[in-house]
Design a protein around this ligand. Structure first.
Ligand SMILES: Nc1ncnc2c1ncn2[C@@H]1O[C@H](COP(=O)(O)OP(=O)(O)OP(=O)(O)O)[C@@H](O)[C@H]1O
Ligand SMILES: O=P(O)(O)OC[C@H]1O[C@](O)(CO)[C@@H](O)[C@@H]1O
Length: 615
């Protein structure tokens, strides 16, 4: 299988690809946008053999025969070059997302091509894409109406062991306005050319780069035919599955509440305490079987799955996390700074007047862009097996319900993409492949809310914030004025997380999957509230570590030293009489805190929740 020319579908990453929509009618101007073509990905030529014998013209191919009863669609080329729809979303602004997150219509072909190329350069795939062509598909039964499909030409040398997955798209006989093509797993429906093709080596799995797999996850409600069935799990296979749990901690809280500091403390606590071996024996003992049938996760973490699974499972070194817990923080502020600096040579969009201030609620969508970039980078790093990350921390204020819902929905979508990828890979495996270990990633999301309601602590924190990277080239009074205004801006919209909100997110955005939450106070004698219960703790080492951290925080040297520093900040006469502290008190006065409390009360009243008043 060397040096073959392929024509690949332009889009093999429609997240909802259980069936395809029929090519759009060219006369229908509502459907004329380039992006509609994304939904119509076909392979019409494989190995220079056209599956449905179109007439080939340099840049345009007409499929004269409307009775295309089989088209092949390549949906994956190994796992490395699987294109998750999240990548596409990352190229579209957050504000353009629909509530369902489907942004595929907003992606231009140029971006799509870029995605394909980026993906093709992925070192595991070794593939190179050459050109993007438009092909005309003529449908004589519809008079002079033409439809178009975009196809990508792919010049490639297929590396050893590369597997392609072909989905066969088969037309139905009934003619109605519904989608006309469906995936079929009925081999008799394959067009004879494809069936006879050497691509499909039906006798030898090992020699063929192509395996035919059709999944019909959401069959059309109109389908009654047995030809179109969900593929059954392949019971009795011998490959092994390695489950790998990845945690996403989503921080939430007002600016300067201590989110970054506390999460760093937590990382240190967990990485010191939870080294390999300390927990694996007691907690994961016996956790060496998973049932291949139970694909969707209910509320699982590093917990013992139901035993009695039919297959042997190799849990990677009998552990679900690395030698040393590997955690990375993805900070939206850092991404904003580096992005703004690259573009404007300024540290961030400056606040000459309040309308232009990035932190004003009016500029919410701009902040959302940075949050989205950060989240995408987080997903990319967390799911990249080379990074071997156990946990990613999404460090942003995530201070509104709207934002948190978005984050949770993105995580859910990411989970679904991972699951789909896993299922695709599973379907590609040879039945008796005992050596293969298939990795199954699952994401466990945890909200970590940090609250600081003590006026002295907030003042001290803001004082320290004036030395951060946003203000490295600004005088102290500018920094204090600017940051204190930032806190006021956020307080206009800030809505603390409640248990009710988490329940709501769990049921609607996570479709019943568990979502963990902990609220930690950042002050002297800090306390916490959580929805993590004893059952969860028994089965999950990371949640265990988190609760341990919350329980022991007051006794940790970091916390003691923080409280001491705040105390001496207020008792040390020379600090208190310094010019900087005079400026600080000038801005952070009674009036300021009254305003802060007023704002907090207003939003909390709107949502009918308890007000975290600052004293
Ligand atoms: N628990 C703590 N221990 C030590 N220092 C703290 C603690 N909480 C806050 N601080 C101090 O307050 C400053 C602000 O805290 P931090 O940067 O962690 O807040 P944040 O909520 O992440 O802020 P932002 O949202 O603006 O990034 C820190 O620079 C640190 O000096
Ligand atoms: O996107 P969000 O939730 O506003 O949070 C990100 C912002 O939070 C901050 O940490 C608040 O100070 C900024 O540095 C950053 O831009």
């Amino acid at each position: 299988m060397e040096n073959n020319k392929y024509q690949l579908p332009l889009s093999n990453f429609n997240s909802n690809d259980s069936y395809l929509t029929m090519l759009k009618d060219n006369e229908d101007h509502d459907h004329l946008s380039d992006d509609d073509l994304i939904d119509n990905p076909y392979v019409i030529s494989v190995n220079n053999n056209f599956i449905d014998t179109p007439n080939n013209t340099p840049n345009e191919i007409s499929l004269n025969n409307y009775k295309i009863n089989s088209l092949a669609r390549i949906t994956s080329v190994n796992s490395g070059s699987y294109i998750p729809s999240e990548d596409i979303r990352s190229m579209t602004p957050l504000s353009n997302q629909t509530s369902s997150g489907n942004t595929s219509r907003q992606v231009s072909n140029a971006n799509l091509k870029k995605m394909m190329l980026m993906n093709a350069h992925n070192k595991t795939s070794n593939l190179s894409l050459s050109s993007l062509n438009k092909y005309k598909v003529h449908d004589p039964s519809l008079a002079d109406k033409n439809s178009y499909a975009d196809l990508m030409s792919l010049n490639t040398t297929i590396p050893n062991k590369t597997k392609f997955q072909l989905h066969l798209v088969t037309s139905r006989d009934e003619d109605d306005d519904e989608d006309d093509f469906y995936y079929s797993n009925n081999i008799s429906k394959i067009t004879p050319q494809l069936n006879n093709s050497t691509l499909m080596d039906h006798h030898s799995d090992t020699n063929s780069n192509f395996s035919m797999v059709s999944s019909l996850e959401q069959p059309s409600p109109l389908l009654k035919n047995n030809d179109f069935q969900k593929i059954k799990p392949n019971l009795g296979r011998k490959y092994k599955i390695k489950k790998h749990y990845k945690y996403i901690f989503i921080l939430s809280g007002l600016p300067a509440s201590g989110k970054s500091t506390l999460s760093q403390n937590m990382i240190q606590f967990m990485t010191q305490k939870y080294l390999r071996g300390e927990y694996s024996k007691s907690i994961l003992n016996g956790d060496n079987l998973i049932n291949h049938d139970s694909v969707p996760r209910e509320s699982s973490t590093c917990r013992s799955p139901s035993s009695g699974g039919t297959l042997e499972v190799d849990r990677h070194d009998n552990n679900c996390i690395n030698t040393k817990l590997k955690i990375e923080i993805f900070n939206a502020g850092k991404i904003r700074r580096s992005d703004s600096y690259t573009k404007t040579r300024q540290m961030y969009m400056m606040a000459n007047n309040s309308n232009e201030d990035l932190f004003s609620p009016k500029n919410k969508s701009k902040k959302d862009v940075f949050a989205k970039l950060t989240l995408n980078s987080l997903f990319k790093n967390l799911t990249n097996s080379e990074n071997d990350l156990d946990m990613a921390i999404f460090d942003a204020t995530n201070s509104t319900r709207e934002r948190r819902k978005f984050v949770v929905e993105e995580i859910y979508r990411q989970e679904q993409a991972l699951l789909k990828n896993f299922q695709t890979m599973k379907n590609l495996l040879d039945e008796d492949d005992e050596d293969t270990v298939l990795e199954k990633l699952e994401i466990i999301p945890v909200f970590l809310q940090i609250m600081c309601t003590n006026r002295d602590f907030i003042t001290y924190n803001i004082y320290n914030k004036s030395f951060n990277d946003d203000y490295f080239d600004k005088p102290f009074d500018f920094a204090i004025k600017d940051f204190s205004k930032r806190v006021i801006y956020y307080s206009q919209e800030y809505c603390p997380i409640t248990h009710e909100e988490i329940d709501e997110l769990m049921h609607h955005s996570m479709k019943g999957n568990k979502l963990f939450f902990i609220n930690l106070e950042n002050s002297k004698n800090s306390s916490y509230q959580t929805n993590i219960n004893n059952e969860d703790l028994k089965q999950d080492v990371i949640l265990n570590g988190l609760i341990d951290f919350a329980k022991s925080y007051n006794q940790l040297p970091e916390s003691i030293s923080y409280v001491n520093k705040v105390e001496s900040f207020y008792t040390n006469k020379s600090i208190q009489s310094s010019d900087n502290v005079k400026v600080l008190k000038q801005f952070l006065n009674n009036e300021y805190f009254e305003k802060l409390n007023r704002n907090l009360r207003k939003t909390c009243k709107e949502f009918g929740i308890d007000v975290p008043s600052v004293k």
